[in-house]
Design a protein around this ligand. Structure first.
Ligand SMILES: C[S@@+](CC[C@H](N)C(=O)[O-])C[C@H]1O[C@@H](n2cnc3c(N)ncnc32)[C@H](O)[C@@H]1O
Length: 216
């Protein structure tokens, strides 16, 4: 054993992929069609989706809130990990993304476990009841993450799970002059997460860095 971590390379990720439960054909097809429809390919990786599914199952999650639906990839992946009667409430501001996602959600095996809310994350989250969810996943406009986190700390029950994507700031975490306009917001949010009372979190190096946190 050592405190020195193994440097994870692209080879490790290829190795992991070969040893991860395969991505469902439906989700592969959804991504293909989303690209054809001109939707940006900024969904989470299958590694991330697998990890999130495992965490949701371990947490026995039934009610999940997501901010940022895009094409519906992560919402469907999460819903597939829920028991019958469970629900992913996913929020999307962009009408084109919401229309595409709703079409694919309706065709998916998890169609009865996803409710798509159209509108801004800040507005929809306000309407959700306190202690009404087991888990929350943030994957939308990064400047609003601190506000979304406040809402999720209210909405998610004690013992629940809070996850947020892009902790590695689109690969630009250590860039002195990052080109991505949201990189600065992510850096600030990472510090908010690290210091937030009542939250035990860790950035897991899958995809672009996934915050995984237990709400105490
Ligand atoms: C990175 S994508 C989400 C990817 C999706 N979670 C997945 O992995 O399949 C971010 C989405 O958030 C949406 N979005 C941006 N600002 C938003 C806001 N204020 N409220 C709700 N959705 C927003 C964007 O339109 C986009 O579809």
């Amino acid at each position: 054993m050592s405190d020195q971590p193994t440097l994870v390379t692209a080879d490790h990720f290829a190795y992991i992929t070969e040893r991860t439960r395969p991505e469902p054909e439906f989700l592969r097809k959804l991504k293909l069609e989303a690209r054809k429809a001109g939707i940006p390919p900024i969904w989470i990786s299958w590694h991330q989706a697998s990890l999130m599914q495992i965490l949701l199952k371990l947490n026995r999650a039934q009610q999940v809130v997501e901010v940022g639906t895009l094409a519906g990839y992560s919402a469907i992946a999460m819903a597939l990990a829920l028991p019958r009667g469970g629900m992913v409430h996913t929020i999307e501001l962009d009408a084109k993304h919401a229309d595409f996602a709703q079409h694919w959600i309706s065709k998916s095996d998890a169609h009865d476990r996803i409710t798509l809310h159209r509108g801004a994350g800040s507005e929809v989250l306000k309407k959700l009841k306190s202690n009404s969810a087991d888990a929350c996943f943030l994957d939308a406009d990064k400047a609003s993450y601190p506000l979304y986190l406040d809402e999720c700390m209210r909405i998610v029950r004690s013992g629940g799970l809070i996850m947020a994507d892009n902790a590695f700031a689109f690969g630009q975490l250590f860039d002195v002059t990052p080109t991505d306009r949201e990189a600065g917001a992510i850096k600030k949010f990472n510090d908010v997460m690290a210091k937030r009372a009542g939250l035990h979190g860790l950035i897991v190096p899958v995809g672009d860095g996934l915050w995984v946190a237990h709400k105490e």
